[in-house]
Design a protein around this ligand. Structure first.
Ligand SMILES: Cc1ncc(COP(=O)(O)O)c(C=O)c1O
Length: 304
């Protein structure tokens, strides 16, 4: 996923050039994974670029920083405004936006006492994470369990959580699959490495609850609301691993993945081994809302 960007990056209240965004190798967050980040999409619409659920993403960003006591001076409003400005400044029709906060102190030792923090906002052009797999992913349940909040704050979008995702994803790909599905520490289905997961069984849409130590995805929330407003019954409950094999439909949701169908799990085909009707209908509705083509949920877009 090497994305070469250009243009400008917002750093602590000013714009710097892409190539000038450099830190020392001993920067705390680089050494110890103490960074906090977000992933937000800006979609092209007939009224120009629009950022999807900006306020909710920056709320999660602020909460993740609070959990880690990252001493940023910028307010939520300033960060939201800066997110809009980076799209304007770079004149981008659409983008994947990456706010990133980090302890900028340099030295040995993981204590954060006395360290300052910086906030940056980057934007790149980026297609779907699973480009070329829109007909369905072949997934493998991982031997790596999803972290739990007794070990690391699973609800924070913190860099230090992601070696868990990296290992699971690598294991699946090395075994010839497209992506991993992680179980919670109690053996129930949790999520993908960077995506929430849904199953459909007998026309009911089911997704794991907060207690499965998932990241509370903003796309997940959007899908739940779109489904409910379309009359689809939604349940947030524990999902057993074997339910993945016997579901009618399975899909991932996430900012980078959007809605990506899963058509086999552990070499068992799911449903008809092709994207199912509820998945396709939710994906179409999500896309039309994100591109400003739907009147419903219009408040989710912040026009740049
Ligand atoms: C571990 C994890 N789960 C789920 C998600 C999906 O969250 P969202 O829909 O807010 O992008 C992400 C991506 O941010 C993630 O990294």
């Amino acid at each position: 996923m090497a994305n070469k960007g250009n243009g400008y990056i917002w750093l602590d209240g000013r714009f710097i050039r892409w190539e000038d965004a450099k830190v020392h190798l001993l920067t705390h967050s680089l050494q110890y994974g103490s960074g906090i980040f977000e992933g937000i999409r800006c979609y092209s619409t007939a009224r120009g670029p629009a950022i999807f659920r900006l306020h909710e993403h920056i709320t999660r960003f602020m909460e993740s920083m609070k959990i880690y006591c990252v001493p940023v001076k910028a307010t939520q409003r300033q960060i939201e405004q800066a997110t809009i400005q980076i799209i304007r400044k770079n004149k981008m029709p659409d983008a994947y936006i990456r706010p990133f906060a980090f302890y900028n102190g340099v030295g040995i030792g993981f204590s954060t006492a006395g360290l300052g923090a910086s906030v940056s906002i980057m934007a790149v052009r980026f297609g779907n994470l699973f480009q070329g797999h829109q007909n369905g992913l072949r997934c493998k349940t991982s031997t790596w369990h999803r972290i739990n909040s007794g070990i690391l704050p699973a609800g924070a979008k913190a860099s230090g959580n992601y070696p868990n995702s990296i290992l699971a994803s690598k294991e699946a790909k090395d075994a010839g699959y497209d992506e991993a599905i992680l179980m919670s520490d109690s053996g129930m289905v949790a999520e993908g490495p960077g995506e929430n997961i849904f199953i459909v069984k007998d026309d009911v849409l089911v997704t794991p609850p907060r207690s499965a130590n998932i990241l509370m995805g903003i796309t997940r929330d959007s899908i739940i609301r779109i489904a409910q407003s379309s009359g689809v019954r939604v349940e947030e409950r524990d999902i057993r691993k074997e339910e993945l094999y016997t579901s009618d439909e399975v899909f991932f949701s996430g900012t980078a993945a959007e809605i990506t169908p899963i058509t086999s799990v552990d070499s068992r085909s799911v449903g008809g081994a092709k994207p199912g009707p509820i998945t396709l209908s939710l994906a179409a509705k999500y896309s039309s809302i994100a591109h400003g083509e739907s009147k419903e949920f219009g408040g989710w877009l912040t026009y740049v």
